[in-house]
Design a protein around this ligand. Sequence first.
Ligand SMILES: Cc1cc2nc3c(=O)[nH]c(=O)nc-3n(C[C@H](O)[C@H](O)[C@H](O)COP(=O)(O)OP(=O)(O)OC[C@H]3O[C@@H](n4cnc5c(N)ncnc54)[C@H](O)[C@@H]3O)c2cc1C
Length: 206
Amino acid sequence: MTNLPSQARVVIIGGGVGGTSVAYHLTQMGWKDVVLLERGELTCGSTWHSAGLVGQLRSDFNLTRMMKYSTDLYRRLKDETGQDTGWREVGGLRLASTPQRMEELKRQVGFARSFGMPLEMISTAQAKKMFPLMNDEGVLGAVLTPTDGSIDPTGLTMALAAAPASSLTPKSPASPPRTARWTRSSPIRGGSRPRWWSTVRGSGAA
Ligand SMILES: Cc1cc2nc3c(=O)[nH]c(=O)nc-3n(C[C@H](O)[C@H](O)[C@H](O)COP(=O)(O)OP(=O)(O)OC[C@H]3O[C@@H](n4cnc5c(N)ncnc54)[C@H](O)[C@@H]3O)c2cc1C
């Protein structure tokens, strides 16, 4: 392997949205010796072809809080990194077609409001007005989350990799962001073509 440190405090395997997010958050928390290894190109796993829909309301309190944190991050990430994430805060609707689902939505709205999410229970007619293509047959009501949206998963991953905690320069064919230093390394498993790429983030890194 060339240009890779022989050891690191943290080695993250996988340059999808998950791995780059872990690298981003660790370096934002001040961790200096973080290495991310990617065998192909950033986002080449499931990330690049995900739909990128961001709905925050979940059945679990902590998941909903995490999704709220994510949208707060998506809102500021472009300014923070200079990398466009394609974030569009267009709002989202969740529909209830049974009384039980309606009850569940009301409960979710209750706990989500407790930590400041701006949610609204709306009628089926209101939902239909917002989204006329919707089939409203059997729909009993809906929740509107104005801060839901969509994002470009590739742009998001590149932005997470480009965050200012890093002082990196790109060398990968995956065109990672200009602020990231991507170090080409030899294949770990056989093959004539280099397949592994890494980024070393944080000021204490090699
Ligand atoms: C069609 C589709 C639509 C989706 N729509 C949505 C949506 O609307 N909203 C939403 O939130 N989620 C959606 N998802 C889910 C979302 O895309 C995934 O949960 C997310 O991308 C997973 O990211 P990841 O980083 O965990 O995995 P991946 O993106 O798969 O990244 C894993 C990376 O690890 C690398 N790797 C694997 N093994 C090794 C190794 N041994 N050494 C080095 N590198 C390795 C791979 O090359 C890959 O780049 C969708 C998924 C799909 C498939």
